[in-house]
Design a protein around this ligand. Structure first.
Ligand SMILES: NC(=O)c1ccc[n+]([C@@H]2O[C@H](COP(=O)([O-])OP(=O)(O)OC[C@H]3O[C@@H](n4cnc5c(N)ncnc54)[C@H](OP(=O)(O)O)[C@@H]3O)[C@@H](O)[C@H]2O)c1
Length: 362
């Protein structure tokens, strides 16, 4: 059985969850997927970095509380994340980027992805920044280096929205996408419908772990704006910048408006959408909409997310599932690695390209 060696960049919720999956379910996953996974490098702003080309023993790291992890004291460890050196020089097959999302310039994740692709390494990421702001250039760079750049988790975590559109819709023309892509704002709108004031609904979402301490990105639609860019660019072939996507959040909606609408059978939702016009132009926006009950997105409640594709031959096709969660997002990385495997496992044509190594069963 073959094996992929991974370098994990950022060791917060998502990459830790991926490490947990590998550590706890590695054998079952290998049997199911047909390849084994091994972590050879971890870098993190706070914890430092750790490299072991024979494979890092993950269990002791995972047994340490996230905030207390200190990689510097371990053999092969350093207090410095050493991102560029790890990404470029450590012999990993796949670099897994899961640092924070920077919606302005995508950094430092954008550089992490570039360094990896330039070093002929496959990349998978859950980070919306580099995908939304530079997806086209990064895919081009990956193609030039004969490697893959995968990012299913950047939209709706592990729910396979992008891959469904790319792989399952052959022969269909997708003319538009519309989605509820932020569980926090969706949960808050639901609670306004049930009688809560905005500030109380935000506080409750924070208590439940749905909302960040600073909920601006969720409430004001910045998070959805990046997802709309990714969908428009990936699925509709657009090349949108942030300023091309109109954005309005939910903070101006009053609880009375939400409850009045509910009495009339309408449900307020924060909807991200992109429509392709006949002249090829794409109109993309994020805005609250009062949807009628029969709309495919009207019943998507609480932290659930969904994306509806408008197609020429099937009409509307809706994919629905979790839009966040560390395990759910780690699953997206697993699906990216599977996609890399499917594309490259038999490809031995380019000697510089990382290929599946032979190994014993794990
Ligand atoms: N969690 C989800 O449900 C979800 C869903 C979809 C997409 N995503 C995206 O996936 C990415 C990871 O999410 P997460 O929940 O794992 O976030 P997280 O818990 O905040 O983890 C990010 C980690 O990256 C580290 N980091 C930041 N800058 C770094 C650098 N320059 N070099 C090395 N490490 C660095 C952080 O260290 P410090 O803590 O010291 O800053 C932190 O440990 C984000 O871009 C997020 O938007 C997350």
């Amino acid at each position: 059985m073959g094996r992929y060696d991974l370098a994990l960049i950022g060791f917060g919720g998502v990459n830790r969850a991926l490490a947990e999956l590998i550590s706890r379910n590695g054998e079952r996953l290998a049997e199911d997927l047909g390849f084994a996974l091994r972590v050879v490098a971890i870098t993190d702003l706070r914890a430092g970095s750790l490299v072991d080309t024979d494979g890092i023993e993950l269990a002791p790291l995972l047994a340490t509380e996230p905030g207390k992890l200190d990689l510097a004291g371990l053999a092969g460890g350093s207090a410095d994340p050493r991102n560029e050196w790890v990404i470029r020089e450590v012999p990993a097959d796949i670099v897994v980027e899961a640092t924070f999302t920077n919606p302005t310039d995508g950094e430092p994740a954008l550089s992490h992805v570039r360094w990896a692709l330039e070093a002929d390494k496959h990349v998978c990421t859950t980070n919306k920044g580099p995908v939304a702001l530079a997806g086209r250039a990064l895919k081009q760079l990956a193609a030039e280096h004969g490697v893959s750049f995968e990012f299913e988790g950047s939209v709706l975590s592990g729910t396979p929205v992008l891959r469904t559109a790319q792989r399952m819709f052959g022969g269909l023309e997708i003319t538009g996408v519309q989605g509820i892509m932020n569980g926090t704002s969706n949960y808050i709108l639901g609670r306004l419908e049930e009688g809560l004031e905005l500030s109380a609904a935000i506080a409750e979402a924070q208590d439940l772990g749905y909302a960040e301490a600073d909920p601006t990105a969720d409430i004001e639609g910045h998070d959805v704006q990046l997802k709309v860019m990714i969908l428009a660019n990936e699925v509709l072939g657009a090349d949108l910048r942030r300023e091309d996507v109109f954005r309005e959040g939910i903070s101006a909606i009053t609880p009375d408006e939400v409850r009045d609408a509910a009495r009339k059978g309408l449900r307020w939702k924060l909807v991200g959408s992109a429509i392709r016009h006949e002249d090829g132009g794409v109109d993309a926006r994020v805005a609250p909409l009062a949807l009628p009950a029969h709309h495919p997105l009207a019943g998507v409640s609480g932290p659930l997310n969904a994306v509806a594709f408008q197609t020429d031959l099937l009409g509307t096709v809706t994919v629905s599932g979790p839009g966040a969660g560390r395990i759910e997002t780690a699953y997206a990385l697993l699906s990216d690695i599977t996609a890399i495997h499917q594309r490259h496992a038999d490809d031995h044509a380019a000697p510089t390209r990382p290929v599946l190594k032979e190994t014993h069963r794990v």
